[in-house]
Design a protein around this ligand. Structure first.
Ligand code: LFR
Length: 489
């Protein structure tokens, strides 16, 4: 039997969860949940690192208070963002969030300077304006007064681990989200030299699912082994996908929708580049061939504006609203962080000469149908890239509780959908710890454990014709050039 603590940080909230493994099954109990509220600092939106640390320690204390002696502890979080420290380990500046505007336009300049082909061929990573690569180029250009003092860069979960244990680390899966790792060698790529990003800031890249240190609690007088797991939340979520013998895709559904497939080697060809498919690193050196879709973020932001409705109220209203009235391109940059998401959705519809959705039901219907159509686009792209046909989609993560979107995903893609587990990143994090403790032999054993421990719900396609009729219209809308000042609120 093993007691394990998973710390899972999302861009909106964090959780401290106790996982108990009895040798056959894994069960979860949530001990602490907290809001992750970014703060404004010198005109940038930043992560409140000290508050995150305080909440993490509170969560661990709650578990220790209950008299449980954990066998291990590990952290996962979103990707790309990082903390810079000086020679004494002191934090330099606050980490800026990937939704901050500072990188606007930088990616295009970098591509013009060193060429998109060179970046893609080496890194295999999708072009996203907020990748660490563009954040660092921006930072170096902006030259904050502390820039000369930088000694070390650590990604968010590694840095938080450093604060808990004193051990620095650079975990592979999260490092690959930077677009600075060579996907053929697993080492830092020469793109760094082309852009004068100091290599001495970077630590050697280490494989995940290893014990690396201890967390010591003075208050409870205990020392808990600390593991570095697949610390990119999506990598942990993919580890927890209950794949069986069928070749299938996955959709890690939460604030983002990450749809992809697993591959033993990177898929870096002209077609993959054209589809802007990423090859992020996974556990056991496998590749996460996937694409970011803006996801439930758009609904979450609308809900934030329409405070009086709960998330499930909004989804119910969407279900009864008229179908396919207006559609958006959910991946348009205007939806990354607009001041008003309601206005951004309406502006897109207005610009593309569709009725502007007014009621909450109409707004959410428009977003969810558009997401389902985007799932179809990515599904078609993945099938074109895959050597074997994909037989269905595993939806994991919090978004897998959304029965309406699960059904629409099955309908839009015309394939079965298997939903669950809900807490995929946490489950992947816990399995990573079990691998580190040698209680599980590896990823395949972890997935057997996931299948044995959690309920999976199947959705069969019912209304494919409706979605396939709308798909050409959707693609045309996605290719429409919008007038920037009218859409970027
Ligand atoms: C999901 C996620 C995605 C990554 C985005 C930004 O939480 O980690 O995988 O592209 O956040 O880091």
């Amino acid at each position: 039997m093993k007691n394990l603590i998973a710390i899972d940080l999302g861009a909106g909230s964090g959780r401290v969860i106790l996982g108990v493994y009895d040798g056959k099954k894994l069960s979860l109990s949530e001990y602490h949940r907290f809001i992750n509220n970014p703060i404004k600092c010198e005109n940038h939106i930043c992560w409140d690192i000290e508050s995150l640390l305080k909440e993490i320690k509170t969560g661990i204390d709650k578990i220790l208070q209950a008299g449980i002696l954990p066998d291990c502890i590990a952290i996962d979080s979103w990707g790309v963002d990082f903390v810079l420290t000086d020679r004494n380990g002191g934090m330099l500046g606050l980490p800026v969030t990937y939704r901050d505007e500072r990188t606007k336009g930088v990616m295009d300049k970098v591509i013009a300077q060193i060429g998109g082909d060179a970046i893609y061929k080496q890194s295999g990573i999708q072009f996203l304006s907020f990748n660490t690569l563009y954040q660092l180029v921006t930072l170096i250009q902006q030259q904050p007064c502390w820039l000369d003092d930088v000694d070390c860069l650590q990604f968010i979960p590694d840095y938080l681990g450093f604060r808990l244990t004193g051990q620095k680390n650079c975990e592979f899966t999260n490092a690959t989200t930077s677009q600075m790792v060579d996907c053929h060698t697993g080492e830092w790529s020469s793109i760094l030299d082309d852009l004068a990003i100091p290599r001495q800031w970077l630590l050697p890249i280490q494989a995940p699912n290893r014990l690396i240190s201890h967390y010591r609690s003075e208050r409870f007088d205990v020392e808990i082994p600390f593991a570095s797991v697949a610390s990119h939340d999506t990598a942990s979520a993919v580890l927890a996908v209950p794949f069986d013998c069928r070749k299938a895709a996955y959709l890690s559904s939460g604030t983002w929708s990450l749809m992809g497939m697993e591959s033993l080697s990177p898929l870096v060809n002209a077609q993959a580049q054209q589809l802007n498919i990423t090859n992020e690193g996974g556990a056991e050196g496998r590749f996460r061939v996937l694409k970011n879709i803006m996801g439930l973020w758009i609904v979450q932001r609308i809900q934030h504006e329409l405070e009086s409705y709960s998330f499930s109220d909004l989804v119910s209203l969407a279900e009864t609203a008229p179908a396919f009235v207006s559609l958006i391109n959910p991946d348009h940059a205007m939806f990354l962080n607009p001041p008003s998401m309601v206005e951004a959705v309406q502006a897109f519809c207005y610009q593309t000469e569709q009725p502007t959705p007014q009621s909450p039901g109409a707004l959410i219907r428009c977003v969810l149908e558009s997401l389902a159509l985007q799932y179809r686009s990515v599904w078609v792209g993945l099938n074109a890239l895959s050597e074997q046909p994909l037989e269905g989609i595993h939806i994991v993560g919090g978004g897998s509780q959304n029965a309406l979107l699960n059904q629409w995903c099955a309908d839009a893609c015309g394939c079965p959908v298997w939903a669950g587990p809900i807490e995929a990143s946490v489950v992947g994090n816990l399995c990573g710890q079990l691998i580190a403790l040698q209680a599980l032999s590896g990823v395949d054993a972890a997935r057997r454990l996931v299948r044995d421990s959690f309920t999976i719900t199947t959705y069969h396609p019912e209304g494919e014709a409706l979605f396939s009729e709308q798909w050409q219209r959707f693609i045309a809308l996605c290719n429409t050039e919008l007038v920037e000042q009218d859409v970027c609120c």
